[in-house]
Design a protein around this ligand. Structure first.
Ligand SMILES: Nc1ncnc2c1ncn2[C@@H]1O[C@H](COP(=O)(O)OP(=O)(O)O)[C@@H](O)[C@H]1O
Ligand SMILES: [Mg+2]
Length: 284
């Protein structure tokens, strides 16, 4: 069982090595990196390449660890007991009918090994990772309502992603294999673009990439555009049939690119960029 990248996903050698290390160690792979650098897609692609079903758990600020295990739906049970007409009150007697299984439970009882994605763990509150330590470590948990120990039949392949909005606790980090997806260099980025737009004209790509990296390297940007923004932008350039000339500028100067809204997502960044262009024109 080895991951070697896929047709749809460009994995650098160090990323492949990390994925395989996590598989060997049987530890969760913690993937960090800027938004849009392919963290979520990595889990999807690895699962597909290794022929495993993927269970996804997208974390929000309100998500609690317990929801990944199970929830007891007391409200429905109370309602059913009051109505008592549902199959003559039989359903209400069995508490199992009111246990809603979370993704970890589903992953643990699956007959075949599955991949499990815990996406954007840094969105949750600070206690969230700690609350999952034991379950991830021991691959089991106890359901008090039904007095059952839920134990993993097969150890799932766990991916955890973080956009680095919050630090993760040390005890949690110790249990993971860590990989930081660096922002792709120009060559890797070209291969990524190739995957998405195999027929893109090379001159257009070169000009677009130059503009993209110019924008990205502008000091003081609040939000640097990333891979997914470049792909969106290219899609628009193609859809609007923007000419090569519109992207190229004389004497290597920076110009405000067409459809800049795909790259810069707040007004301060756009203003900053326009200022730079203005200053360059005046320095001629
Ligand atoms: N290495 C890559 N190979 C192919 N496409 C990529 C790659 N990295 C990013 N992308 C593109 O960028 C998009 C955003 O990736 P995503 O996994 O959602 O990023 P993240 O989860 O890190 O925010 C993907 O849908 C894909 O189109
Ligand atoms: Mg993501």
């Amino acid at each position: 069982m080895k991951f070697q990248g896929t047709q749809n996903y460009v994995a650098t050698p160090d990323l492949m090595l990390s994925v395989n290390a996590a598989i060997t160690l049987k530890r969760p792979l913690l993937v960090k990196g800027e938004p849009g650098t392919g963290k979520t897609m990595l889990a999807e692609e690895v699962a597909q390449a290794l022929n495993m079903p993927l269970l996804q758990w997208h974390i929000k600020s309100t998500t609690k660890a317990q929801q990944g295990l199970y929830e007891y739906d007391a409200v429905s049970r109370l309602r059913d007991s009051q109505l008592a007409t549902v199959d003559g009150g039989e359903r209400v007697k069995d508490i199992n009918n009111y246990i809603v299984k979370g993704v970890l439970w589903q992953a643990f009882i699956a007959d075949e090994p599955v991949a499990l994605l815990i996406d954007e763990i840094d969105k949750a509150d600070i206690e969230f990772p700690n609350d999952l330590l034991r379950e991830i470590d021991r691959m089991e948990f106890y359901c008090y309502e039904t007095r059952q120990l839920i134990k993993a039949k097969n150890r799932p392949l766990v991916f955890i992603t973080s956009n680095n909005e919050k630090e993760l606790p040390d005890a949690f980090l110790r249990r993971c294999f860590f990989h930081y997806i660096k922002f792709p260099d120009a060559i890797t980025m070209k291969s990524i673009v190739d995957v998405h737009f195999p027929n893109l004209k090379q001159e257009l790509l070169t000009a677009a990439m130059k503009t993209f990296y110019d924008v990205r390297n502008l000091p003081g940007l609040k939000k640097k555009p990333s891979t997914s923004e470049l792909l969106d932008w290219l899609k628009l350039l193609l859809a609007e049939d923007i000419s090569l000339e519109a992207l190229q500028t004389q004497d290597d100067k920076v110009a405000v690119p067409p459809l800049v809204g795909a790259l810069l997502k707040n007004e301060q960044d756009v203003t900053l960029f326009e200022k730079l262009v203005f200053m360059q024109k005046h320095n001629r």
